[in-house]
Ligand binder design. Structure first.
Ligand SMILES: [Zn+2]
Length: 678
């Protein structure tokens, strides 16, 4: 009886919810503006109002904690990035009298800086520069300074400062790349990312690290002092622990985390926050491990990712970028993911890799669909659509991992993207129709499988001991692991269990969704070349993984027919079965490489298929795409939270606001940091 009542109640809520959201969406603005290659889109967090007051206040303090650490991420991108941002923000704020064209160009640069958290493009890792001359900028700075802008210090006047920063801001060939993993080059010397002193070489670090000197690979900057390498650990410090790098930011982060504790959903979540505070104080990775183990088991409705998380920016794949996300569960959508997670063992058993690498899944991985409230650093304004954490392999194997699918981000992408690209690059009319009908569900299923049964799967060889496979595969692990997760999704895309899970109604629909996923995979493999300007190799791990799969199928199967019509190249899938077989073969090998930490094989595979770009195809794709004038990536304006206070200034509720304005939000963020930093 209870069960039936619940269904009726849920149905009513669903119908009401649906009507409401249709009305709301009609007036909704998603696309706010276009800035060079980027599109600015407003993110909406539907359902925030329905949270309990306690949950809202918890989310509010976590949101402030995230903002308090935001500048760490910017500093990590380049050692002068914060200084340069403040310079441009001051000129923007005191712009009266600056020539119109000049201030327009300054504003455009500043917006791209905000979106990318620095002056390196998130897709190519390449530097972008303002579209004005140094002289024009200098004149603008002088005007701004006369208007009251704070552009100098007692030690350094404006002109000296500009001369010092000139090459960094204006010369695209000086420190041209944030992360550079070109084989043969010194990855440390040629990467501008602020994880290593500029006078250290890759070999020097590897030698030093291999002799057991590296204690904080995840959370430190390596510097050279008196000829010796030293780790500057990112930590706030505590009674007996000295302050580390970024302690000023981390202390504020901790302050807001402490405010959040009384509003935690339960004792477990309160403990999660305390463990995070402890780690941010000590910087001890053993404390980070304790936090992660607790966090993985934390199933509260409002949840967060905060701290030093993803290692994509480090050419060595060790040091983590600061990131913060606060989010809550989207219950309806979560049901689908939970269903998928129930079949994790089933999919593991039928994986195309050797039985010794098959995992016994005793805990079903948590698979939540969430709505993001606000993300900064590594996850904002540019956001991923799926996240699987923690990254540490031994925790994943022992305690499982948490997967989340970012529903409102995916929705906002969809509302702001048309079918133009598909129409240009699809092999035929049928493929366009498939995308129209099944594109969204195929995308959702692919992402869900990538995160839940992809990253969550597989067991590494005992030969690796207690070491993480990433340590055996420096510079190659991330691409390999992203490839593996994608391949698991592709391998299982035609499985009839998809009906039971709830993504398809019958076998025919399973087939169509599966075919759509395969078509999307092939298209993604080459249309992404539109995003890399004149680079002749890829840097970003997900892009490499997509190209690797595309090239591998192209060269090792008869699944694809290449057609040339009116000077345009089309890739048509003519044999889905052959494509799936090839995917299985590749997946078996990728799993083996990970399980055995086989660096030689990883290099061979990734450098052959994932790295170098077919420049002829690149130019064609770019020419065709340029006519469509599509944005290359999206920066989100995040929802903002504002406290509702009672007469004695006690917080009694939290309001959510959608500012629809990137500039306003970014200046507000900076003001907040300046305020709390005094
Ligand atoms: Zn992934």
């Amino acid at each position: 009886m209870k069960y039936i009542n619940l269904i009726i109640i849920l149905t009513l809520i669903f119908i009401n919810g649906c009507k409401k959201s249709i009305n709301m969406e009609e007036q909704r603005i998603y696309i706010i503006e276009r800035v060079g290659p980027a599109q600015v889109v407003q993110l909406y967090a539907d359902g925030f109002e329905q949270l309990t007051i306690k949950e809202k206040i918890f989310a509010y303090y976590l949101y402030l904690a995230g903002l308090a650490g935001r500048d760490i991420a910017i500093d990590q991108h380049h050692r002068n990035a914060l200084e340069i941002r403040n310079l441009f923000e001051q000129v923007y704020l005191y712009q009266s009298g600056i020539e119109k064209n000049t201030i327009t160009k300054i504003t455009e640069y500043l917006k791209l800086f905000w979106i990318n958290n620095g002056f390196y493009d998130n897709l190519t890792s390449r530097k972008f520069v303002p579209n004005i001359t140094f002289e024009e900028f200098k004149n603008a700075c002088i005007i701004a300074q006369n208007n009251g802008a704070n552009l100098s210090s007692p030690e350094e006047n404006l002109i000296k400062k500009l001369n010092r920063l000139r090459k960094i801001i204006f010369d695209p060939n000086f420190e041209p790349q944030m992360t550079n993993k070109t084989p043969g080059l010194d990855w440390i010397k040629y990467s501008a990312v602020n994880f290593y002193d500029k006078n250290i070489t890759y070999d020097e670090i590897e030698k030093w690290s291999k002799s057991g000197n590296e204690k904080n690979p995840l959370n430190s900057k390596i510097v050279k002092e008196n000829g010796k390498l030293i780790e500057k650990i990112w930590r706030a410090g505590d009674k007996n622990i000295p302050e580390g790098m970024y302690s000023n930011y981390l202390k504020k982060v901790i302050y807001y985390l402490e405010q959040a504790i009384p509003y935690a959903a339960n004792e477990h979540q309160a403990m999660t926050v305390r463990l995070l505070i402890n780690f941010l104080k000590t910087g001890d990775l053993e404390d980070f491990r304790k936090f992660n183990i607790n966090w993985v088991k934390d199933t509260a409705n409002v949840d967060f990712i905060l701290g030093f998380i993803e290692v994509y920016l480090d050419p060595r794949g060790q040091k983590a970028e600061w990131e913060s996300s606060v989010f809550f569960t989207n219950l309806e959508q979560t049901k689908l993911m939970t269903n998928l997670a129930k079949y994790a063992q089933y999919f593991e058993d039928k994986a195309p890799w050797q039985d010794i690498y098959k995992k016994k899944i005793d805990k079903t991985p948590i698979a939540n669909v969430i709505n993001v409230i606000a993300s900064t650093g590594g996850s904002g304004p540019i956001s991923p659509i799926g996240i699987n954490l923690p990254n540490e392999q031994s925790i994943r194997e022992q305690y499982g991992s948490k997967s989340v699918l970012l529903h409102n981000i995916i929705e906002a992408y969809e509302k702001s993207t048309g079918l133009e690209l598909v129409k240009e690059f699809a092999a035929d009319e049928e493929e366009i129709q498939m995308q129209e009908k099944f594109g969204l569900i195929a995308d959702n299923l692919h992402t869900a499988m990538h995160e839940v049964i992809g990253h969550g799967s597989g067991k590494v060889s005992d030969k690796l001991g207690d070491k993480d496979p990433s340590e055996f595969l420096p510079g190659y692990y991330n691409t390999l692991e992203e490839t593996r997760a994608d391949l698991v999704a592709l391998w299982n895309a035609f499985d009839d269990k998809i009906i039971d899970i709830g993504y398809a109604k019958d076998k025919d629909e399973v087939r169509k969704i599966g075919e759509t996923i395969y078509q999307q995979t092939i298209r993604a493999g080459f249309t992404q070349l539109r995003k890399i300007a004149n680079s002749n190799q890829l840097e970003e791990d997900h892009m490499k993984n997509r190209q690797l799969i595309f090239n591998y199928i192209l060269k090792n199967s008869n699944a694809i027919k290449i057609e040339n019509r009116n000077g345009k190249t089309y890739f048509k899938i003519i044999n889905y079965e052959s494509m799936r077989e090839t995917i299985g073969k590749l997946l078996g090998e990728v799993m083996r490489i990970k399980a055995e930490g086989d660096l030689k094989a990883a290099k061979e595979l990734i450098d052959t298929y994932g790295l170098r770009v077919d420049t002829k195809l690149r130019d064609e794709v770019q020419e065709r795409a340029s006519k469509l004038n599509l944005p290359l990536y999206t920066g989100f304006v995040m929802p903002e939270l504002e406290p509702v206070l009672d007469p004695v200034s006690k917080i009694i509720d939290v309001k959510i606001i959608y500012p629809l304005d990137l500039t306003k939000q970014m200046l507000k963020y900076s003001r907040f940091t300046h305020q709390i930093q005094g």
